[in-house]
Design a protein around this ligand. Structure first.
Ligand code: BEZ
Length: 213
C-alpha cells in the first residue's frame, strides 16, 4: 500500500469494532473524522490517550467531528479495556475502537511500520473531511502520547481556512489574528473580504482579525 497523502480519499472499509460492524464512509456521513491508531490495548500511554479523547467529546461534537480509534486487538479485548479507561481516566469512552485483528485497516492506512514493530500499530492520526479527503496525517512513536488539543487546534484551522481566504500562523489558537493568503492582492477584494482591516508587516505578511469572530 502506498503512503496516504493529503488530499487522497480515505480508504473505505468494513470492520468489526467495539460498537459493532462499521462501514467507514457510511458511518462518517457528513461529519469530519479523526481516525487514530494506537499500539495495543491495556497499555499505559494508550489508556491516557483514549481517556483524553473521551473527555473532549463535547469539543468534537461542537465541530461535527467523530473520533474513531484502532488497534489490532479483538473486540472482547477492546470492551474490557474500555471499562478500565472509564474507571481510571474518570470518563466514558463513547466512540468506537476498530478491532483490526486481521490487520485489514492497518494495511489500508499503512499503520504497521516494521522497523518500529512488526506486530503493533504506530500512533498515527488522520483527519478526514466530510468529502472523505485526508486533511492531516501524523505519526508518533509508541513512547510518546499525542496532544489531542493540538488535533482540535488543527481542525479549527482547517474549518476556518476552508471558508475564508486566510491561513493560521505558528502556534495560532482560535480567536488569534490570522494571515491573509498571498494570492489576494486586489485592494477592493481585500476591503470586501476583510472589513475589519489588516496590518501589512511585509507585503507578503498581512495580519487580520479572525474573520468568523
Ligand atoms: C503504551 O501505550 O503505554 C505503550 C505501548 C507500546 C509501547 C510503549 C508504550
Amino acid at each position: 500500500m502506498a503512503t496516504l497523502r493529503l488530499g487522497d480519499t480515505a480508504p473505505d472499509f468494513t470492520q468489526d469494532s467495539s460498537i459493532g460492524t462499521i462501514s467507514f464512509h457510511e458511518w462518517l456521513g457528513d461529519s469530519w473524522a479523526i481516525l487514530f491508531s494506537h499500539p495495543a490495548d491495556y497499555t499505559p500511554v494508550c489508556t491516557t490517550e483514549l481517556g483524553a479523547t473521551a473527555k473532549l467529546a463535547s469539543e468534537f461534537k461542537k465541530r461535527n467531528i467523530k473520533p474513531i480509534a484502532l488497534s489490532v486487538d479483538p473486540v472482547d479485548s477492546h470492551k474490557g479495556w474500555i471499562s478500565d479507561i472509564n474507571e481510571t481516566q474518570n470518563t466514558e469512552v463513547n466512540f468506537p475502537i476498530i478491532a483490526d485483528a486481521d490487520r485489514k485497516v492497518s494495511e489500508l492506512y499503512d499503520l504497521i511500520h516494521p522497523n518500529a514493530s512488526t506486530t503493533a500499530t504506530v500512533r498515527s492520526v488522520f483527519i478526514i473531511d466530510p468529502k472523505k479527503k485526508i486533511r492531516l496525517t501524523l505519526t508518533y512513536p509508541a513512547s510518546t502520547g499525542r496532544n489531542f488539543n493540538e488535533i482540535l487546534r488543527v481542525i479549527d484551522s482547517l474549518q476556518l481556512t476552508e471558508y475564508h481566504s486566510v491561513a493560521t500562523p505558528a502556534n495560532w489558537q482560535d480567536g488569534d489574528d490570522v494571515v491573509i493568503v498571498p494570492s489576494i492582492t486586489d485592494p477592493e477584494v481585500l476591503k470586501q473580504k476583510f472589513p475589519k482591516g489588516y496590518k501589512a508587516v511585509k507585503p507578503y505578511l498581512r495580519l487580520t482579525p479572525q474573520p468568523n469572530k
